[in-house]
Ligand binder design. Structure first.
Ligand code: CP
Length: 312
């Protein structure tokens, strides 16, 4: 089914073919995202950014994507300056926004908020992160980064490191890795292990999933190391956070036994999990990953709001 007019709330909303189509479109969008080529399929479109939780990359790359495509944005970057401070519900806020814009991009601290927003809106809603739930557009740019590095996704061995309990990027990405037949290795402090239902979901898809507590062993034959930040803001108890804070850190010595082509990804922001010295190694692709957010989101917006057949 074409993406035109559809919501994107969970990566599970997309078939393998749709993911492949989005990645192919994103690849063609790279020169447009760089400003080397120009096209404006969204000239008459307005996209609302409804961000109720902090963001740098997701909001600004979506705004860049809209503007590169000739559209315009209306933006809530801080819920505290909206009428939600006066008690307006999320439902009413989104319903109203859907009469001001052609699509809505939402980030919210509560899991399920994006689904609720999609029900309140008669315009397409894109989930830009809902609590510890999903971050499907991040997954597409993570896949685009891996595909660019290796030319394929099939059969890659991917280590997911860090906060696998609260990390919405890994919840989305793990499903997509299973779709593409990747081998998944889970490495986390025990308190931050992937929730059992998520692991069962992957196993139910036939994915090869294992746990490896020893980071060096996990990465020695891996193709991708996907590092995540411990999601401090999701902990109910500061003491619980302090128990796990700083429990892993990637520096050049950790990478010594890795494959020369190991690609280190991170959705960013980082908060000490990757030493700055790693930035100068050939393993570091996380800044390329954050750039690819723009062509991936351009491709998605064009597929959802435009013809979806542009680029090249
Ligand atoms: N990767 C990501 O979601 O970054 P931001 O929180 O800065 O949007």
């Amino acid at each position: 089914m074409p993406l035109r007019g559809r919501d994107l709330i969970s990566i599970r909303d997309l078939s393998r073919e749709e993911i492949e189509e989005a990645l192919a479109a994103a690849k063609k969008m790279v020169p447009y995202a760089e400003g080397a080529k120009v096209m404006h399929p969204l000239t008459d479109k307005i996209v609302a950014m409804a961000f109720f939780e902090p963001s740098t990359r997701t909001r600004l790359s979506f705004e860049s994507a809209v503007q590169r495509l000739g559209g315009s944005c209306i933006t809530i970057a801080d819920a505290s300056v909206t009428s939600m401070r006066k008690g307006e519900s999320l439902h009413d806020t989104i319903r109203m926004l859907s009469s001001y814009a052609d699509a809505i991009v939402i980030r919210h601290p509560n899991e399920g908020a994006a689904r609720l927003a999609a029900r309140a809106s008669d315009r397409p809603v894109l989930n830009a992160g809902d609590g510890a739930g999903q971050h499907p557009t991040q997954t597409l740019l993570d896949l685009a980064t891996m595909q660019e590095a290796f030319g394929t996704l099939s059969g890659l061995k991917v280590v997911l490191l860090g906060d696998l309990k609260f990390g919405r990027t890994v919840h989305s990405l793990a499903h997509a890795l299973a779709v593409f037949g990747c081998e998944i290795v889970l490495t986390s402090p025990p308190e931050l292990a992937l929730p059992v239902p998520a692991r069962r979901h992957l196993e139910g898809m036939g994915a090869r999933v294992s746990e490896q507590a020893d980071l060096r062993r996990a990465i020695h034959d891996a193709d991708v190391l996907y590092v995540t930040r411990i999601q401090k803001e999701r902990f109910g108890d500061e003491a619980e956070y302090r128990r796990v804070a700083g429990s892993y850190r990637i520096d050049p010595s950790v990478l010594e036994g890795a494959k020369p082509r190991l690609a280190v990804l991170h959705p960013l922001p980082r908060a000490g999990e990757i030493a700055p010295e790693v930035d100068r190694t050939p393993h570091a692709v996380y800044f390329r990953q954050s750039f690819l957010a723009v062509p991936v989101r351009m491709a998605l917006l064009d597929m959802i709001l435009g013809s979806g057949k542009r680029g090249g």
